[in-house]
Ligand binder design. Structure first.
Ligand SMILES: [Zn+2]
Length: 142
């Protein structure tokens, strides 16, 4: 895989999203949480979409959730993923509430289904960033 091409797809690390990426590097999923109403949010933002408070903290969350939707990519739309097709994009409803889009890290032996339990796993990318993905396997590792 071309390291430079892969790196182009990653978001910049900013002061606001750095806790998320620090969490990934530490092997845990961290979300911004409103300190006024307690709502978790993803992606991070300056205001709570529920109560408009600008007060928030970062919390480690379970890393568990269920599949809300998915698709399998067969076309080589992005050069960085050309050698990974087919791969699965998954929309995961985290246990804490937010929807996140990611890729499936494992290839389950059975067809995916709605509401299937998944858990976050963390994979180093060629550029050194640790990327969150999701696994369907109960034993695979957080
Ligand atoms: Zn709030």
């Amino acid at each position: 895989m071309d390291v430079a091409a892969y790196a182009k797809l990653l978001p910049d690390i900013t002061p606001r999203n750095k806790p998320f990426w620090d969490g990934c590097a530490a092997g845990e999923l961290r979300l911004q949480k409103c300190t006024e109403c307690g709502r978790y949010r993803f992606p991070d933002g300056p205001l709570c979409p529920e109560c408009l408070s600008s007060s928030a903290s970062w919390e480690a969350v379970s890393g568990t959730g269920t599949i809300w939707s998915w698709c399998t990519m067969h076309q080589k739309y992005f050069a960085a993923f050309a050698d990974e097709v087919p791969y699965r994009l998954v929309y995961v409803r985290l246990t804490e509430g937010p929807l996140v889009i990611s890729t499936l890290a494992d290839e389950p032996s059975e067809e995916l289904r709605l509401d299937q339990p998944v858990h976050a796993v963390f994979r180093p990318s060629p550029g050194g960033r640790v990327i969150p993905q999701f696994n369907t396997g109960a034993a695979a590792g957080m």
